[in-house]
Write a protein that binds this ligand. Structure first.
Ligand code: TMP
Length: 202
């Protein structure tokens, strides 16, 4: 099973991934935990280039192709071999992030982004995608240190969120849409129940 997590910035995705990992470890279930962009030597180097704030000259097309290149490496080096071994994969962001951020946020268009990513993912789509559903708030940044994506203006994140909703409308059966609760443990239990119902975890 290939499970991905998606959502806008500051929705508590990292916390939820940590709580899911704790649950799986406590219940003796093994999984491969990866993040995008990253999780191979080459993909982590590409991540550094993409997020580096000094790379202000990067065109949107270059950015979209770099995310796809990082993904192409991860799919072949990690995801496909792990799925072939029958392992559970938990991935922090995947193709939907590119559609939402580059397709809608950067306004390159969903079709363009899906087109270049067809080479990258080579048919490897998630079985289940958990979408942490919080509309962007203007105060989400708090005191976090912005990278090249995080320093985008609010309207960029409005488009990203709309992009996610559009993708969910296209493939409703793949998505589990979870509204984060104030209590992170309540949110975690909802995610675990939903993944159990889908047969992704026990
Ligand atoms: P992270 O902060 O969740 O680690 O993700 C890194 C940043 O990259 C985040 O701002 C979302 C962005 N991103 C894209 O714009 N397109 C993509 O395809 C992916 C995977 C992430």
């Amino acid at each position: 099973m290939f499970v991905t997590f998606e959502g806008s910035e500051g929705v508590g995705k990292s916390t939820q991934l940590r709580l899911l990992k704790e649950y799986l470890e406590k219940t003796g279930q093994s999984a491969v935990y990866i993040r995008e962009p990253g999780s191979t030597d080459i993909s982590e180097q590409i991540r550094g280039v993409i997020l580096d704030k000094s790379n202000r000259a990067m065109t949107y097309q270059t950015e979209a192709l770099l995310y796809a290149a990082s993904r192409a490496q991860l799919v072949r080096e990690v995801i496909k071999p792990a799925l072939a071994r029958g392992e559970l994969i938990i991935c922090d962001r995947y193709l939907d992030s590119s559609v939402a951020y580059q397709g809608y946020g950067r306004e390159l268009g969903a079709d363009f982004v899906k087109g270049i990513n067809a080479y990258a993912i080579d048919g490897c789509m998630p079985d289940v995608t958990v979408f942490l559903d919080l509309p962007p708030k203007s105060n989400w940044r708090g005191d976090r240190h912005a990278d090249r994506i995080e320093e985008q203006p609010d309207d960029f994140f409005e488009r990203v969120y709309k992009g996610y909703l559009a993708e969910i409308a296209l493939s409703p059966s793949r998505f589990v849409r979870i509204k984060p609760d104030f209590d992170k443990n309540v949110t975690s239990r909802r995610i675990i129940e939903a993944l159990k119902e889908r047969g992704a975890i026990k």
